[in-house]
Design a binder for this molecule. Structure first.
Ligand SMILES: *Cc1c(COP(=O)(O)O)cnc(C)c1O
Length: 326
């Protein structure tokens, strides 16, 4: 069956982005390890902009010369979170224009965070759909290339470089745990890992509140789920009913998907800090949380992808001190 993102594309991405992103550490985590199952954390918390999203955004920006985006004068996205930051940073590094479209509902601190990275901000309408309409208009009228957050081959190949690094640093790895939302991260990593080590298991982890990829995999096609507030806010949102790449990769390459309660996500954030000294956002703590909850049981060397650190520090302190966020 044809695969939409190949190991060769992921290797090409690795060479393309090498000078622009941090090759993050894979650090032993004593508090999560057992005799035959050493657990290592792949720390994308140390990535520039605070999340792995810079890998895919950088690969997409550096790939702009190739069709069908040839000649684009800049890039545009509607993401206000980690992907928006990453696109802004990657465009600035390349010296091209970046526009981030957002609705009036986006809080001022997020607007400022994107502006401070050198991107133009367009504030339009009152929903994510309105922001996306402005993206579509800019693509059509101002010759900008859209860089979507997950469903794009260059973005997926960029995220897949994490899988290459895990195999390089830990060739004996038997289990890889990956946070799962739109599936660019998990799809890319699984494509790399399965190409190089077909018997290594790759498990996707989402919060139970609004797990769109999980529902879609069960349905056998992309479906919509209600979006609910969650501590793992970077995992919110749908996968797109017209999904082209990430759904198929997750369907073909993920061995399993595990869902977590909000309390389990909070426990992951707290444990990462108190036992391993890492500040992680909710989305990034889900691998640790799944191990602590016993929802994944390693039987060999294990790598846990810790995807980002962009959490409000007041919220982080409340979780560490009180357990579940009040
Ligand atoms: C975007 C993001 C994810 C999920 O990545 P997908 O490619 O959408 O599955 C996980 N963790 C963090 C910190 C993110 O920013």
């Amino acid at each position: 069956m044809p695969v939409s993102v190949t190991i060769d594309e992921i290797k090409a991405a690795q060479a393309r982005i090498a000078r622009h992103v941090v090759r993050t550490p894979l650090r032993h985590a004593p508090s999560l390890s057992h005799n035959n199952s050493p657990v290592h954390l792949k720390l994308e918390t140390r990535q520039t902009t605070g999340s792995f999203k810079l890998r895919g955004a950088t690969n997409a920006v550096l790939s702009l010369e190739t069709a069908p985006t040839r000649g684009a004068t800049g890039v545009v996205t509607a993401s206000t979170g980690n992907h928006g930051r990453a696109v802004a940073h990657a465009a600035k590094a390349r010296g091209i224009r970046a526009v981030v479209c957002m609705s009036h509902l986006v809080p001022e601190n997020k607007v400022e965070a994107v502006r401070s990275l050198g991107a133009e901000v367009r504030i339009v309408g009152h929903s994510q759909d309105d922001a996306q309409e402005e993206v579509d208009r800019l693509v059509a009228e101002e010759n900008l290339a859209e860089i979507p957050p997950f469903d794009h081959p260059a973005v997926i190949a960029g995220q897949g470089t994490i899988g290459l690094e895990i195999i390089e640093d830990m060739p004996e790895v038997e289990l890889v745990l990956v946070p799962l939302s739109g599936g660019g991260l998990a799809g890319g990593i699984a494509a790399a890992v399965k190409a190089l080590r077909p018997r290594t298991k790759v498990v996707g982890i989402s919060m139970a509140r609004g797990a769109a990829m999980h529902a879609s995999l069960l349905a056998g096609k992309p479906v919509q789920v209600e979006e609910l507030p969650t501590l793992a806010d970077s995992l919110g949102g749908g996968i797109g009913l017209a999904n082209h790449y990430s759904f198929a990769l997750c369907r073909d390459f993920l061995d399993e998907v595990v869902l977590l309660t909000e309390e389990e996500v909070a426990t992951g954030i707290r444990h990462a800090f108190t036992a391993e000294g890492e500040i992680v956002e909710g989305a990034a703590g889900v691998g640790v949380a799944a191990l602590l909850a016993g929802k994944v049981k390693p039987s060999g060397p294990t790598a846990v992808v810790v995807s980002g650190r962009n959490i409000d520090l007041g919220l982080h302190r409340r979780i560490v001190e009180q357990g579940v966020a009040a």
